[in-house]
Each structure stands twice: as C-alpha cells, then as structure tokens.
Design a protein around this ligand. Structure first.
Ligand code: ZN
Length: 497
C-alpha cells in the first residue's frame, strides 16, 4: 500500500487520498436494487463500478466488508403517481405473495450479476428483515426533535434540522430549492413542509406489506433502510457509501440527515457515485420505451437491439468509460466494445503460446514494468478503468508483434507480462474468457487437471517401460492440440490454439 489511492468524494467535491477508518479494513455500503422487475443497464453500472472498487481494495490488501441491500419493500416514494407499493402491485396482478415476487426478482438479479462477473457482496441484507432497526432509527430521530407524527406517519422535520445542521450538503441544494423541486405527492396535507420526507408511513387498508410500530401499522420510509442496515453491519462510522448519481438526491441526502439527526454526526467518510447511462442520448425511462433489461441484452430480444450482447461485452462496455462519466448506449457502441474485448482476449490467448528468447529480448522487463505501473497508476487515480484498458491494448500490440516475430521477449519479461495481463484483465477488471456466461474459468481449470491426470498416467507407463501407452497418450493429446514436453522433473504442456 505504498502508493496512495485517490478517490473522488461527492461530499467534498474533490479527489482525496483514501485512508480507511480502521487500518487494513474497509467498510463499503452500496445501494442495491428494488426487486419488482428485472435488472436493466442502469443496475449493471453501479454493480460493476463497485465490483471493481471491491476487487481493487482487496488487491491492495484490505479486508473489505461489502454490504449491498435488497429493497424488498416497494416504496411509495419510488412512484408517487401510482400510489401503490410496486411489489404489492406486482403481487396483486400476478396473484403471488409479495415475498414471492421479491424472491423471484432477487434470484434473477443474482443470475444477471453473476453473469456480469460481479462478486457477491459480503452481506446482502433485506429491508424487510430489518424493520426493528428502522423503527429504532425513527425513534432516535423523534427523541432528538427532528421528526414529528402526523396521522400515524412520522416525517423528518427538514426545517428544524436545517436550523442546527445544514440540509443539502451532498447535493448542494438549499432548503429553498428543495421545497420547489419536491413533487412528492404522498403525504400532502400531513407534512408541515413540502421538503419533509417520510420515516414511517401508516398503511392504507389496501397496503399488503405492513408492520406494527409504536405509531401505526405501516411500513418504513425508503431512506431508512440504508441508514439502519449500514449502521448495523458497518458500524456508526464507515468508509464508503456508493450508488448511482440519481441517488444523491433525495436518497443519500436524506440518509445523511437521518444519520446526523440520530447519532449527532455523519456515518460515511467517502461518498462515491457512478454516473448514469443514456440510451441514444436519452435518459432511460419506462415512458420512453428504451428500458432494456439485462436478460433482454443477453438474448437480444428487444426491438432496440440489433443482436444479443454477452454479459462480458456489457461489462467491457461499461468499464471503457470512467465511472463518473456518462455512458451512451447504442448498438454501434456495444458492437465496438464486443470487438475490443475480442481483441484483448485474443491477445491473452496469443500470449500463452509465446516462446521466450534467451536473455533479454527487444521487449524488455523495464518496458513491461512501465505498462504495469501505468495500469496501477490509473487504478489508483479514482479507479480509472478506461486508462487501464488503453494500456492493456498497448500490451496487446506488443504481444501481437512478438507473435509476428517483429519483436522478441525474454523469459522474465514474458512472465511479468503474463502476470500483468492476468491481474488486470481477470482479477481487477473482472472479465472472463469466452461468452462470459459464467463458469468458463472454472471449466478451463478442470480441463487442465484432466490433462495433468493423463500425463501422470503417462509418467507411470514410462516408469514401467510401457512405451506404447506412453506414446499413445502423448500422440492423442497432440492430436487435440496439446504440446507435451519431457522435462528434468517430469513434463510440461501447453495448448496451442
Ligand atoms: Zn440506499
């Protein structure tokens, strides 16, 4: 950890040297999906962004506790116009238990994220499993005088909070323009101020998902779950809170207010936000008809898609932009990403077949180290994956030149180049070979073990002077493209593709 890692903190609006609160440990909370429908491109981006953050922090030697919640209460705030809990609505329409709907889409979300190569979080808490913690939070805020009851619902009193603390520090909004911008219809007439937000809502008779509280039978406000669960699993002060930029206001702004109103100070040290994805220059939205789910991308079954795109193409496409830049989706852009990824993976395969020269070749160890350092610098500069990728393409050019005999490489430099490519392509960017449908790496490893098993049988045959069997194994493997060499202490093999 000798080189400093810089991260952009949305709260301070600048890049800061990353220093965790507890040496060697990092606590990271990322807002997860609301599970009433399939994940779309807008879900893929935060998942991939924070997967790379997770991977890189672990690579730096930190022990990371990564918490990503499942929102399984479909809050009114998500869809003020419809006025019905989305999970409950789906359940009613499909005649299912609300939890059946939530579980179904949670499973589908996991499948999509696995396909995208996102590592599973350390803890994945559900909002419905933490109602007590959310009630506790609301009670603390009430006790401190920053909330009030109205018809069994509890609202956060933004104005009284703003007198003692400053509301709007994350989004840079003042209370005045929050009031103007707030179009939340729910709770009109119950709230003292338009900017106030619900901490607890009394349930209407038709509301299925409901719990007992000191104030009414109802359900918690959306912002409560992340504050309550973040604190439960990461402590009252933790390092990173992440999510998409669309969550800065109101969600994360309200989370900060809830934390300060309950415990007196902020919980989070670094707020990290990924930018949004647009589709042909437009914001994604159901009403615009450009809402493409991940299963639709993987199968190509959507009128806006010219073809199917593999999960790895989607991942590569997203990583080609810095997480704080916008990304515009189009078929052309995804097709270009598909080609780029193929080029990179071809170079990786070519690398496996390169033969080193004696001593130092024209591609020196210093040249390889220079590329590695540039990749590493880019990751340390606020996880700059597009710069990493451009350096990996530089390395790919060298690999192809060596394969074409225009350049040469020594053994030490070749090992360094292989390790550099492996670390950045697979371990840090999290890409997988093949179609990326998952399990390819594991399958390759298993195939390798089978080859080893056969070659051990061949060693035994040789020891028994059974030359016929020994030659048969070698020749049959050669037919399949395996080059087997006898070495001092046994054998070595590689697959020539
Ligand atoms: Zn959240």
């Amino acid at each position: 950890m000798e080189q400093a890692l810089y991260v952009y903190n949305t709260l301070t609006r600048r890049k800061e040297v990353f220093k965790p609160l507890n040496e060697g440990h990092v606590g990271m909370y990322v807002c997860g999906p609301t599970v009433y429908g399939d994940a779309h491109l807008g879900h893929a981006r935060p998942a991939i962004t924070f997967d790379v953050v997770f991977r890189f922090l672990m690579h730096l030697g930190y022990k990371v506790r990564y918490v990503r919640n499942i929102t399984d209460v479909g809050h009114l705030e998500h869809d003020a116009d419809e006025g019905e809990d989305k999970i409950a609505k789906k359940a009613r329409l499909e005649q299912l238990e609300p939890m059946e709907v939530a579980q179904y889409y949670t499973n589908r979300y996991h499948d999509a994220m696995d396909a995208l190569g996102c590592l599973r979080p350390s803890i994945e808490p559900h909002a419905t499993g933490h109602i007590m913690e959310q009630i506790d939070l609301v009670e603390e805020i009430l006790k401190n005088g920053y909330a009030y009851e109205s018809n069994g619902s509890i609202y956060f009193d933004v104005e009284s909070y703003n007198k003692d603390h400053k509301y709007g520090i994350l989004s840079g909004r003042s209370l005045e323009n929050v009031k103007d911008a707030s179009r939340e219809l729910a709770g009109v007439g119950e709230k003292k101020n338009q900017a106030d937000f619900a901490l607890w809502k009394a349930a209407q008779p038709e509301h299925i998902m409901r719990w007992r509280s000191p104030w009414s039978i109802g359900f918690p406000g959306w912002h409560c779950e992340c504050t309550a669960m973040g604190r439960k699993y990461l402590g009252s002060h933790f390092d990173i809170h992440g999510g998409g930029m669309d969550l800065i206001f109101p969600h994360h702004e309200c989370e900060i207010a809830q934390a300060v109103a309950s415990q007196g100070d902020q919980m989070v040290k670094y707020w990290i936000h990924n930018n949004m994805i647009t589709i042909n220059g437009q914001k994604m939205g159901k009403s615009l008809g450009n809402f493409i789910t991940l299963p639709e991308f993987f199968s190509g079954k959507h009128e806006k898609l010219e073809q199917a795109y593999s999960p790895m193409t989607i991942r590569f496409f997203i990583l080609q932009a810095h997480y704080r830049s916008t990304v515009d989706f189009s078929n052309e852009a995804l097709q270009a990403a598909e080609k780029g990824l193929e080029r990179l993976m071809d170079a990786w395969k070519t690398l496996g077949g390169l033969q080193p020269v004696e001593g130092e070749g024209s591609v020196t160890s210093a040249a390889v180290e220079d590329i590695r350092q540039k990749c590493y610098d880019a990751m340390c500069d606020d996880f700059n994956t597009p710069i990493v990728i451009s350096n990996l393409f530089e390395a790919s050019k060298l690999i192809n030149s060596i394969a074409d005999k225009k350049e040469t490489i020594g053994k030490e430099a070749l090992q360094a180049l292989t390790s550099l490519m492996h670390t950045f392509i697979f371990d840090l960017l999290g890409l997988k070979e093949g179609t990326g449908e998952g399990g390819n790496e594991a399958r390759e490893e298993a195939y390798g073990k089978v080859v080893d098993m056969l070659l051990e049988q061949r060693m035994k045959a040789k020891q028994n002077k059974d030359w016929a069997t020994s030659d048969l194994i070698r020749d049959r493997l050669a037919d399949l493209g395996f080059e087997v060499k006898d070495t001092k202490d046994g054998y070595s093999w590689k697959l020539n593709r």
